[in-house]
Design a protein around this ligand. Structure first.
Ligand code: PLP
Length: 212
């Protein structure tokens, strides 16, 4: 586990940062990766995240990466450092509202739907672009818009995955012209991180490949 992490870290660090996805993992195993210097960890379930945050070291930066129901937003703010999975206007409004209440700013990545599967979450790109171009995005005073996140289709067809990541990168480049805080393009998981890096990812979300 440790060697696997160090190997991938070395292989990717010139281009991308890693969020180690610690969902379903034992705290002692997470701690082993922490002890190698890793500070960014990702969780996709609210209660599991809050439990881990309680017991693991306080200097961990927690990234929420899973689909977030609006009624659970108030539980995770202000515990969370980044939300990668902002996938609707409704959720954006609730994150802003709860951030105002907590007198805090929440760093968010907008999840864009790029995969073939319809059951994957995400904004339609044009819908988000419209928010940016019309300046309605300025209403979200307590959100820092830090970048985009996307998940490719779960397929062995590498060309297809590459095409989807390429598309997300082109979206990122466009929106980056309009939002000065943009810095992250979160794409690439255990099965497709090499392709993601080739296509310009600078933030990988890696779980199983590290812990298996
Ligand atoms: C679980 C998960 C990951 C990590 O997936 P692995 O295949 O284990 O690397 C990345 N992103 C999201 C949104 C996830 O839910």
């Amino acid at each position: 586990m440790k060697n696997k992490f160090l190997k991938i870290k070395k292989e990717t660090e010139a281009k991308a940062n890693i969020v180690v996805v610690s969902k379903k993992q034992k705290e002692e195993d997470i701690k082993k990766i922490y002890d190698l210097g890793q500070r960014d960890f990702g969780e996709n379930k609210v209660q599991e995240f809050l439990n881990k945050k309680e017991t693991l070291p306080k200097d961990i930066k927690w990234h929420f990466i899973g689909h977030l129901q609006t009624n659970k937003v108030k539980k995770i703010i202000p515990h969370v450092h980044y939300i990668h999975s902002v996938d609707s206007l409704k959720l954006m409004r609730e994150i802003n509202k709860q951030s105002v209440k907590n007198n805090t700013q929440t760093s968010c990545l907008i999840q864009i739907h790029i995969a073939e599967e319809v059951n994957k979450f995400g904004f339609n790109y044009n819908e988000f672009l419209e928010l940016v171009l019309s300046n309605r995005i300025k209403e979200f005073n307590n959100i820092h818009f830090k970048g985009l996140m996307g998940m490719a289709t779960n397929t062995k067809n590498k060309n297809k995955v590459a095409e989807e990541f390429k598309l997300l990168k082109s979206y990122y480049n466009e929106i980056n012209k309009h939002i000065s805080e943009f810095e992250f393009i979160s794409m690439g998981m255990s099965n497709d991180y090499k392709i993601a890096i080739q296509e310009g990812s600078n933030l990988l979300r890696l779980g199983s490949i590290i812990f298996k």
